[in-house]
Design a protein around this ligand. Structure first.
Ligand SMILES: Nc1ncnc2c1ncn2[C@@H]1O[C@H](COP(=O)(O)OP(=O)(O)OP(=O)(O)O)[C@@H](O)[C@H]1O
Length: 253
């Protein structure tokens, strides 16, 4: 049996007496794509923040390759390969698309070795690596454009490039298609399918089941902080429990 890359045991986050996440046991296998579905307030973002270390669990534990990382800082977890989609705030608006991605590549390089001396040849190497990520997310034509000149959808593409440039083993995406039209959503799903390395383990929070169906192998459904149901996207779409109890009869679209 394949060992999970990440596992949570009894993961719980309390705000006073309110449990935003309650007793969650998850196993994420290497190279698998996971969707996290649930209505507003179900605990999806809380889960993501606990995995990245933005929040600290009240009880329970998180294990990466079997090692307990529950007490590690967000920075340490990032060094260990847990990446998340960067929010717009981490895009340097006065820099070009390529320069932004180059900084992300560079930060990864600096973490690998503490050799701060960067000879010119290494500089070119960084540019090539950065350009490869820019191309991978379909932004090659905009490489020289300032980040401020990007459309909403292009900015999300840039955020994915920044996340990939840090070479995570586990990538957590929080609603990468939020606020997009159906056409833009479709384009982002295609882009993600084409750009995510096969070995990467993905966790994607999404309200849109079509996005989940297009990208994931397995879905975790949350309700009121608890893991309510899990299965492949078809099982989740067809689940009477999910349809009738969880979505209160509202049809999943
Ligand atoms: N700082 C806080 N103090 C108290 N309650 C909080 C705090 N942050 C979040 N919550 C509550 O925890 C619950 C889970 O929130 P969370 O953001 O994880 O939900 P979500 O599933 O991501 O929802 P959405 O789809 O709206 O983003 C919600 O009821 C929320 O109001």
């Amino acid at each position: 049996m394949t060992a999970p890359v990440l596992e949570t045991r009894g993961l719980t986050l309390a705000y006073g007496r309110f449990l935003a996440l309650r007793n969650v046991d998850l196993q994420l296998l290497p190279g698998q794509r996971y969707g996290v579905l649930g209505p507003n307030g179900a605990g999806k973002t809380t889960l993501l923040n606990l995995l990245t270390g933005t929040l600290t669990a009240t009880s329970g534990s998180i294990h990466l390759d079997g090692a307990d990382i529950t007490a590690l800082s967000a920075e340490r977890r990032s060094h260990l390969g847990i990446g998340r989609s960067f929010q717009k705030t981490s895009v340097f608006t006065e820099f070009s698309v390529l320069e932004n991605v180059r900084l992300a590549v560079q930060s990864r390089e600096l973490r690998r070795s503490f050799d701060f001396w960067t000879p010119r040849t290494r500089d070119r190497h960084l540019d090539e690596r950065a350009m490869a990520y820019v191309e991978r997310v379909g932004l090659a034509a905009k490489a020289a454009a300032l980040a401020t000149a990007l459309s909403y959808g292009e900015l999300r593409q840039l955020e994915i490039a920044l996340a990939l440039a840090t070479e995570p083993r586990l990538l957590l995406l929080d609603e990468p298609t939020a606020g997009m039209s159906e056409e833009e959503t479709h384009a982002v799903v295609d882009m993600l399918r084409a750009s995510l390395p096969r070995a990467l383990t993905l966790v994607i929070i999404e309200h849109d089941l079509k996005v989940i169906e297009g990208l994931t192998d397995h879905v975790f459904v949350f309700e009121q902080g608890a893991l309510f149901e899990q299965g492949n996207p078809t099982q989740i779409r067809d689940s009477a429990r999910v349809q009738e109890i969880y979505f209160k009869g509202r049809h999943l679209d």
